[in-house]
Design a protein around this ligand. Sequence first.
Ligand code: SF4
Length: 221
Amino acid sequence: MQKKERFRRFIEYFTEHFPEPQTELNFSNPYELLVAVILSAQCTDKRINQITPALFARFPEPESLAAASADEIFTYIRSVSYPNNKARHLAGMGRMLMERFGGEVPGSLEELQQLPGVGRKTANVILSIVYNLPTMAVDTHVFRVSHRLGLAPLTATTPLAVEKALMAYIPKQHVPRAHHWLILHGRYICLARSPKCDACPLKDFCKYYEKLTGKARVSVM
Ligand code: SF4
């Protein structure tokens, strides 16, 4: 099957069945989303949603976060992965938001990536959700599912290469939703170790499944 056809069927399926996918992180403004996405690296959204109510109550805006010490922030996030690093990042991020961006979450990739704890993936999430821009954040689910479906070539071995491969074929108006579609599919169906292929609605055009049923030897990405 041609790659273009795989993309067409991928978009067609999700547009029909999940027209309005959302992030599973709880937030009520761009600042809260930024904090939640920084915390969610190497951690589950469920865990982040458990700790953010108290965190947001204590630090409801960048100003209070900027005035806090990393030690105090740590006490609110101790149950997430890498709490020491993330506490330092949040303290620095709050200060930079106040000192350089007037307390507002900036709206460009370059500016966002200046913030402590914010890499390309986090910046792309913010641009997509807050600013509704056609950016593709590639996390572990997007990376894996894109390869298995055959949307990204096996030669795309970095998140940036996968991002470029996806952006080359997904029409701009679908990009923000496609990010969520790939994440949710990876989280609930196309699991890393045991993909639920028999129950997967995408198996008719999945490259991994084609090889699997053709008895070809495949590696799980
Ligand atoms: S058929 Fe299997 S490998 Fe392909 S997308 Fe579905 S769960 Fe993933």
